[in-house]
Design a protein around this ligand. Sequence first.
Ligand code: NAD
Length: 358
Amino acid sequence: MNPFTYDQFPARIVFGAGRLAEVGAEVERLGGQRVMLISDWATAQSAAAVSRQLGSRLALAWDEVAQHVPVELAERARAAATEAAVDCIVCIGGGSSTGLAKAMALSHNLPIVAVPTTYAGSEQTAIYGLTGGRHKQTGKNPVVLPKTVVYDPELTLGLPPQVTGPSAFNALAHSVEALYAPGNNPITSALALEGVRAIHQSLPMVMESPGDVDARGTLLYGAYLSGVALGTTSTGLHHKLCHVLGGRFNLVHADAHSVILPHAIAFNAPALPAEMARLADALGVPGGDPAAALWDLAVASHVPTRLADLSGHDGLLKREDLPGAAHAAAEEITVNPRPVNEADLLGILERAYEGVRP
Ligand code: NAD
């Protein structure tokens, strides 16, 4: 057993079907008196239920969110929170709602009660992101970590398949990279492998029967573990490529994950024989190739598998866009288990562009 250091985050988790009903009590537990409630159009109904629980403690309802948190949006939300003298935030929605809540916590030092409704996992990390121009800046600060997370799988029953599948792959990517990213230790690996098992087991069931609350619960549990694994380790080559693609071309964040993950893992696998053997077990292919298994799961789950099919700011991504992205990613990647240069990154992006099975 190698020595290790593990900073375990002090979050409170409330998990289970129907537990949205407890959000008001969780706000009270934190002493929130003037609450900013962040949601988007898709979570308006859940937000209405929470505003009834909050009653006169609701100081500001905010329903405008966007992926990658544009700086200009964060500034408007911050000004409104100052004006309303907000002392606590509840965010209901995917990573975009959580991301805006984190931007608020960063500037106003406010406690967050997060109610995630996708599998993005941001609610378990101290990572925040803000995008200005075409560049996404990320940072880490414990102040943005939600104090309480309420996971209610009932809120995910209406999540459309085209969001569910890629979002689950976003979660899967957190666990897979946590197996080797800096900060990895035996505890984070145990969480990550359990996360992979839960997602691998439940994702095909959820895609088949989106209203199956038990399967949705298992998928949300896997996403939660994956978020913890990401939050207590860090990101690697795969996430850096996705962040560059997201910031540069405004691709849907989760779609980029489902396309890139098998190819990033195929590249890193030769440097990680022990980790890949454990990953293959968790993906149900003992002794097999985890990169191919991830690609097969992507195909079986009907998630995007070709960069050529993804659209951003300027329409469909073009092959000519790839060298610039590889160059930008090469500047961001400082550590990787296998030495990687710009040409390698371009190779990964080109294989992902074609969508070939690794
Ligand atoms: P998102 O929050 O934009 O949600 C995706 C879509 O799903 C949206 O259209 C949303 O309206 C819809 N939706 C959400 N919940 C729904 C529900 N219950 N029913 C129906 N529709 C629903 O996207 P996301 O993929 O959840 O998160 C992506 C963002 O999160 C990106 O900005 C990414 O950078 C960030 N992120 C951050 C971290 C971190 O640790 N900081 C981790 C993962 C992702």
